[in-house]
Design a protein around this ligand. Structure first.
Ligand SMILES: *[C@@H]1O[C@H](CO)[C@@H](O)[C@H](O)[C@H]1NC(C)=O
Ligand SMILES: *[C@@H]1O[C@H](CO)[C@@H](O)[C@H](O)[C@H]1NC(C)=O
Ligand SMILES: *[C@@H]1O[C@H](CO)[C@@H](O)[C@H](O)[C@H]1NC(C)=O
Ligand SMILES: *[C@@H]1O[C@H](CO)[C@@H](O)[C@H](O)[C@H]1NC(C)=O
Ligand SMILES: *[C@@H]1O[C@H](CO)[C@@H](O)[C@H](O)[C@H]1NC(C)=O
Length: 312
C-alpha cells in the first residue's frame, strides 16, 4: 500500500505542474506560541518549504532561507527538504515532523476532503457568476480531476530547546493538510484562507479564491463541530474584493457563513507582529503572508488560528 502510494506520487510528480504537499499548523491556546511547516514536492527534484515557529517569551523563528521558499527535494519516500522532514507513522493519524529535533502529531478529527465533502451550493454559486461556455466547464472538470485536498485537525506535541533558554514543552492544536495532483500557481490570482479552532472544540476553514480561468469568486470550507461531525460551508458573505482588494492586510476581518444548518459569525484580530512572508519561487511573483490571529465566534467564543493571504 505505502509502496504503491509512493509510486503513484512519483508518477504524478512526473507531470508538469504536479504537486504533493503536506502542511501543518499548530497554535497554543494560552500563549502566543505557534508552528507552521509545509513541504510541497514539485517536479525536477525541488520542494516548496515553509517553516515558522514562535515560542512565547523566547521569540520568533523562521527558516534561515526565508523569504525564499525553494529547496531541493531530499527524499523520494517522505517529505524532506531544507533540513525539514515530515513523515507519517500511521496514515491520516500520526506524523513525525523534524527540524533538528522533532514534533509528533496526532489527529483529533476525521478527514475533510475538499472534493468529496464540500457543499455543492458553494460551487453552484461560484459557477453562476461565470460566463458559461463548453471550455469553461471543461476547465472546471479538469481542475476537479487534477487537484485534491484533505484536511484534518489534531495536536502537535514536542520539546523545543533554544540556545540560552530552558527546554519548553509545546502542545499545539492545528490543522494538517495534504494536497496533491496538479496545482499551477499561475492560475491562482489571489486567495485568503482562514483557519481557526475555538475553545468549544469547533474548528473551521474558509477560503475565498480567485482563479481567473475557472472561478473568480469561489468560497469553500468546512466546520468540524465539537462532537466531531463535519459539514461543508454552504454560504458565506466573504468577499475577496472586501478582504484583499488592495493588497493591504488589515488588523481585523469579519465574515459570516453557514454550515450544517448553523450560522457562524467569525472575527479575526491579526497579530501584525507575527505575519511572516514567503515568496513564491515557482512563479517569481507571488507572496504568501502567514498571519497569526485571535478569533471570536459569534461574539463570545475565543479562538486561535491563522489568516493566510496570497497576492500576485
Ligand atoms: C500554468 O498556467 C499558465 C496560465 O494559465 C499557463 O500559461 C501555463 O502554461 C501553465 N503551466 C503549466 C505547467 O500547465
Ligand atoms: C483520526 O483519524 C482516523 C482516520 O481518519 C479516524 O478514523 C478517527 O476517527 C480520527 N480520530 C478522531 C478523534 O476523530
Ligand atoms: C504555551 O501554550 C502551550 C499550549 O497551549 C504549551 O504547550 C506551552 O508550553 C506554552 N508555553 C510556551 C512557552 O510555549
Ligand atoms: C462573490 O460571491 C458572493 C456570493 O457567493 C457575492 O455575495 C459577492 O458579491 C461576489 N463578489 C463579487 C466581487 O462578485
Ligand atoms: C459579513 O458579515 C460580517 C458580520 O455580520 C460583517 O461584519 C462583514 O462586513 C460582512 N462582509 C461583507 C463583505 O458584507
Amino acid at each position: 500500500m505505502l509502496a504503491l502510494l509512493a509510486l503513484l506520487a512519483a508518477a504524478l510528480l512526473a507531470l508538469l505542474g504536479a504537486l504533493d504537499s503536506v502542511y501543518f499548523t499548530g497554535f497554543a491556546e494560552t500563549n502566543k506560541s505557534f508552528v507552521i511547516a509545509r513541504l510541497a514536492k514539485r517536479p525536477n527534484g525541488i520542494c516548496e518549504m515553509w517553516l515558522f515557529l514562535r515560542v512565547d517569551g523566547v521569540g520568533e523563528f523562521e527558516h534561515p532561507q526565508h523569504p525564499n521558499m525553494m529547496v531541493n527535494d531530499e527524499s523520494e519516500e517522505i517529505w524532506s527538504g531544507g533540513g525539514l522532514t515530515i513523515e507519517y507513522l500511521e496514515l491520516q493519524a500520526r506524523w513525525k515532523i523534524s527540524f533538528d529535533g522533532f514534533l509528533s502529531w496526532e489527529n483529533s478529527t476525521e478527514v475533510f476532503s475538499f472534493s468529496d465533502d464540500s457543499h455543492p451550493s458553494t460551487f453552484v454559486r461560484a459557477f453562476a457568476q461565470e460566463p458559461w461556455t463548453i471550455e469553461f466547464f471543461q476547465r472546471v472538470k479538469k481542475q476537479r480531476e487534477q487537484h485534491f485536498r484533505h484536511e484534518q485537525w489534531g495536536q502537535s506535541v514536542g520539546e523545543i530547546e533554544i540556545e540560552n533558554h530552558e527546554k519548553t514543552k509545546l502542545s499545539l492544536k492545528g490543522v494538517r493538510s495534504h494536497s496533491y495532483g496538479v496545482r499551477n500557481w499561475s492560475e491562482i490570482y489571489r486567495y485568503v484562507m482562514i483557519l481557526a479552532r475555538f475553545e468549544d472544540g469547533t474548528a473551521a476553514h474558509l477560503t475565498v479564491i480567485n482563479m481567473p480561468a475557472t472561478t473568480t469568486n469561489l468560497t469553500v470550507g468546512y466546520v468540524f463541530f465539537p462532537d466531531g461531525k463535519k459539514a461543508g460551508i454552504e454560504w458565506s458573505n466573504a468577499s475577496l474584493a472586501e478582504m484583499a482588494d488592495d493588497g493591504v492586510i488589515k488588523d481585523e476581518y469579519r465574515v459570516s457563513f453557514t454550515a450544517g444548518g448553523k450560522h457562524f459569525d467569525v472575527s479575526a484580530r491579526l497579530d501584525k507582529q507575527a505575519c511572516p512572508v514567503v515568496y513564491n519561487g515557482l512563479t517569481g511573483r507571488g507572496v504568501f503572508h502567514e498571519c497569526i490571529a485571535d478569533f471570536q465566534l459569534n461574539g463570545l467564543t475565543q479562538g486561535w488560528g491563522l489568516a493566510e493571504f496570497y497576492y500576485r
